[in-house]
Design a protein around this ligand. Structure first.
Ligand SMILES: *Cc1c(COP(=O)(O)O)cnc(C)c1O
Length: 432
């Protein structure tokens, strides 16, 4: 079972060629292995909880195509629904009843959503929601949190760690200062910092956007009272509260973090799971706010492939599968077994570590913690994570190639997969 001498010759050949064809050889930078060392594995196919690479190696997958694969890869019912939809054509560029079906499912599930607009990615959803926040409040400034990711739009690419009450500095060349000067940042879980920003910028802040459970700075949970506090502060100041549930939506609970924590934002962004592995994003919220979107209202936002019939089909079937009894109980059970197991093994093998899980999302930091924000997360031992990642990979367990990513489980992960993963982790951690 345990294979420490995997051959990746074909992966290496293909990736070498890719580097000449595409920047860094990838279509998205998170897929590169920059922070863990070594080279990315080139995939051939995915099924259930597993990945096969082009050299024929099999891995237990905890990336799940970065979140969408919550029912397991290539679920037979999703594939069958897609086959049927495919026969009717790949794109209409016109209304279809599939949009109504998925819209109703999203509205029924997510407490804040009374109306929804479909787009093609989480990035697009966050861009659009920002425009809407500003239009609705007639204010330009927003607050985001250090370490939270809201897609790659200019306004959100603001350097983390620049400290409380500093104006945002662009995080990437090509992002003009003018695009980020209205993006204020605060440390996650720091209500006082948020209050200070509101006090310093009276009547200027359109709203606060956050990952209600962070997955893009590693796995970080909101402290008790944090989400409630943000709800109160934004209400007090006539600002909007936006939960970016692109990752958490339909993952940490069917209705997302807002269902799990009982805090209802004004607007919500979705993506990942609602596309069931096809490109979908969405944003939605209060009817009075959403009614401002064109063509109902003046706030422009459009998309040639938005509401695509194949993407809607995969989303509908995925949500149907998630509605079946016991799904979230199962996800929680196996993920708890994995997260607790990893922590215990780290402890037994003498590695300071902290982490946890909520439903099908988990994390492990190589620091004793606790981790409340991005600054805390950065104390994790990156070099150790890199060696851990490599050791797991060589023994058939595929983890996200960065300490600052959450891990994902699926309905297809069996207890045996978790046992196997923990056995491998014990071997790797013992050797570090
Ligand atoms: C993945 C992610 C996004 C961006 O979604 P894309 O589909 O990659 O554009 C935005 N916000 C959060 C919280 C995410 O996890």
């Amino acid at each position: 079972m345990v294979n420490t001498t995997i051959k990746t010759t074909k992966s290496q050949e293909i990736f070498a060629a890719a580097q000449n064809l595409m920047p860094g050889g990838v279509s998205s930078p998170v897929r590169a292995f920059k922070s863990v060392g070594g080279q990315p594995i080139v995939f051939d196919r995915v099924k259930d909880a597993y990945i096969w690479d082009v050299d024929g190696n099999q891995y237990i997958d905890y990336v799940g195509t970065w979140g969408p694969a919550i029912c397991g890869h290539a679920h037979p019912e999703v594939i069958a629904a897609l086959h049927e939809a495919l026969e009717k054509g790949t794109s209409f560029g016109a209304p279809s009843v599939l949009e109504n079906v998925l819209a109703e499912m999203v509205i029924d599930a997510v407490p804040s959503i009374e109306m929804v607009r479909f787009v093609n990615s989480g990035t697009e959803a966050c861009m659009a929601v920002l425009r809407l926040m500003r239009a609705f409040t007639n204010r330009e400034k927003i607050i985001k949190f250090e370490g939270c990711y809201h897609g790659h739009a200019d306004m959100f690419l603001v350097k983390a760690g620049s400290g409380v009450a500093t104006l945002g500095l662009p995080d990437s060349p090509g992002v003009p200062k003018s695009a980020t000067m209205n993006t204020l940042t605060a440390p996650y879980n720091d209500l006082e910092a948020v209050k200070a920003l509101f006090a310093e910028n009276p009547d200027e802040i359109a709203g606060v956007i956050l990952e209600p459970v962070v997955g893009n700075a590693g796995f970080i949970t909101p402290d008790a009272g944090f989400l409630e506090g943000l709800r109160e502060i934004t209400r007090e100041h006539g600002a909007l509260l936006v939960f970016d549930e692109v990752m958490t939506g339909f993952r940490i609970a069917y209705g997302g973090a807002q269902e799990k924590f009982g805090v209802t934002p004004d607007l919500t962004t979705l993506g990942k799971v609602i596309g069931g592995g096809l490109p979908v994003g969405a944003y939605g919220g209060r009817r009075d706010i959403m009614s401002m979107i064109a063509p109902a209202g003046p706030v422009y936002q459009a998309g040639t492939l938005s509401g695509n019939p194949l993407a809607m089909t995969a989303g509908i079937k995925t949500l149907e599968l998630l509605q079946r009894p016991g799904t979230y109980e199962y996800l929680d059970k196996i993920t708890q077994k994995l997260a607790d197991g990893l922590l215990q093994i780290a402890q037994e093998t003498g590695h300071p570590a902290c982490g946890g899980h909520i439903s099908a999302m988990f994390g492990l930091f190589f620091t004793c913690g606790p981790v409340h924000n991005y600054e805390d997360a950065k104390k994790s031992d990156m070099a150790k994570f890199g060696r851990f990642h490599r050791g797991m990979l060589e023994r058939g367990v595929y983890l996200a190639p960065s300490q600052f990513e959450a891990g994902f489980t699926s309905l297809a992960h069996s207890e045996a997969d978790i046992d196997q993963t923990l056995a491998v982790a014990r071997e790797v951690l013992s050797s570090l």
